[in-house]
Design a protein around this ligand. Structure first.
Ligand code: DOR
Ligand code: ZN
Length: 430
């Protein structure tokens, strides 16, 4: 393994220093370090160093929809976005509801070698919401699953949700809920509100999300289990989570970059690239989500990277699948909405995009501090760079980014996974 002397980056945007990386760990931190013989040098003056980002919510589409994404292409997009670990959602075909499927995804991740791919196991067999999947076998498998989710669908049955919460306690797992009361969202196309009324589209009411979150925090509190709430999108959800946390409930939550930036007014374009579940909400919701993330009510930014093939996305709004790409733009959108807006500093960004998601997923060697002896999984970001999003340049197999043509701040220059660069000079190495 080669050593790297990374000269002059600012860890967490603080004082510049040098980092010596050797044998997969940060061997030394300090100014004016000299490079050992044979070490590579990387001039990182002016760059911000953060621990490698950890995504709690990534759709990699393999097995089953390799035309939209594969473990390898999604891993490459992740590395380019500054990630060193991602949680691969279970709504594949076949569904990741057995030890066999999660081990397959985990192995494909290892073979790609770009990020640590941590499979999420389904909560219910086939995502059908009727009986529990083999949670224990997935936890015991080589993939060591700790996060379970039917994401894309809600575990709507309260008794089944309670049983899942109780079950995962045995192995310190967490149930990640896609909070959407299906009876309230039948036929929904966008956020229920003034814009939907104007466009004549059926809406997802905020209450459909909030009702499930309220129910589930009560359940999690009652049985003493860990609950994680996926892609929180409304001001009311933030208020419920804030209340639950004051009660000591073991609940964590995530918000996506797109819910921190984009509003439902974009539906007026009828461009299905803006169709997503949960839907884009209002400016008031965005303000509450940013504040909730800043005060720790929301623990993490998670991408909900949802690649879709052209024929599933470039069709009329009603027929298009919900979901948008996120891995390659997440950090830039976080910088735009949180750092440049003054809501958070770089250390808080590292906390919400690396430290806390790693803890929620129980990843022992991710989300660690940039100090001596810790794994050298880190990202170097140019905070002054601005770049224009070009869907054709994406490493993803899909093109459904809502930021096409937009200028975004901050660019990932290099990503290291346990001491080895996966991205260098803004380009993937594998
Ligand atoms: O927009 C979404 N897309 N929301 C989900 O919950 C699922 C995801 C997908 O799998 O495409
Ligand atoms: Zn979801």
């Amino acid at each position: 393994m080669t050593a790297w002397l990374i000269r002059g980056p600012a860890p967490y945007g603080g004082e510049p220093t040098d980092l010596l990386v050797r044998d997969g760990v940060i061997a030394e931190v300090g100014r004016g370090l000299s490079a050992p013989r044979g070490a590579h040098r990387l001039d990182a003056v002016g760059l911000v160093a953060l621990p490698g980002l950890v995504d709690l919510h990534t759709h990699l589409r393999e097995p089953g929809r390799e035309d939209a994404e594969t473990v390898e292409t999604g891993s490459r997009a992740a590395a380019l976005g500054g990630y060193t670990a991602v949680h691969a959602m279970a709504n594949t075909d076949p569904v990741a509801d057995t030890a066999g499927v999660v081990e397959q995804v985990w192995r494909l991740g290892r073979e790609a070698g770009l990020v640590d791919v941590r499979p999420v196991g389904a909560v219910t067999a086939g995502l059908a919401g009727e009986r529990l999947a083999e949670l224990g076998a997935m936890a015991d498998s080589a993939a060591r699953v700790r996060v379970f989710s039917d994401d894309g669908r809600c575990v709507a049955d309260a008794a089944l949700m309670r049983r899942a919460l109780e079950y995962v306690k045995a192995f310190d797992g967490v149930v990640a809920q896609h909070a959407e009361e299906p009876r309230l969202t039948a036929g929904a196309q966008m956020n229920e509100g003034a814009v939907a009324a104007r466009l004549g589209l059926a809406g997802w009411p905020a209450a459909a999300e909030e009702a499930v979150i309220a129910r589930d925090v009560l359940l999690a509190g009652h049985v003493g289990s860990r609950l994680h709430v996926c892609h929180v999108s409304t001001a009311g959800s933030v208020a419920i989570l804030r209340w639950a946390k004051t009660k000591g409930t073991r609940v964590t939550a995530e918000v996506t970059p797109h819910h921190l930036l984009l509003t439902d007014e974009l539906a007026e374009t009828y461009d299905p690239v803006y169709k997503v579940n949960p839907p884009l909400r209002t400016a008031e919701d965005i303000a509450a989500l940013r504040a909730g993330l800043a005060d720790g009510t929301i623990d993490a930014v998670a991408t909900d990277h949802a690649p879709h093939a052209l024929e599933d996305k470039e069709t009329e709004w009603g027929a298009a699948r919900p979901g948008m790409l996120g891995l390659e733009t997440a950090l830039s959108v976080a910088v735009l909405t949180l750092v440049e807006s003054g809501v958070m500093d770089w250390r808080a960004v590292a906390d919400r995009m690396s430290v806390r998601p790693a803890r929620i997923g129980r990843l022992g060697d991710a989300g660690r501090d940039l100090t001596e002896g810790e794994p050298a999984s880190l990202v170097l970001v140019d905070p002054a760079a601005r770049w224009q999003v070009d869907p054709a340049a994406s490493a993803s197999r899909s093109r459904n980014t809502p930021y096409a043509g937009r200028e975004l701040p901050a660019r990932v220059v290099a990503t290291f996974l346990r001491g080895e660069p996966t991205v260098f000079d803004g380009k993937a190495l594998l």
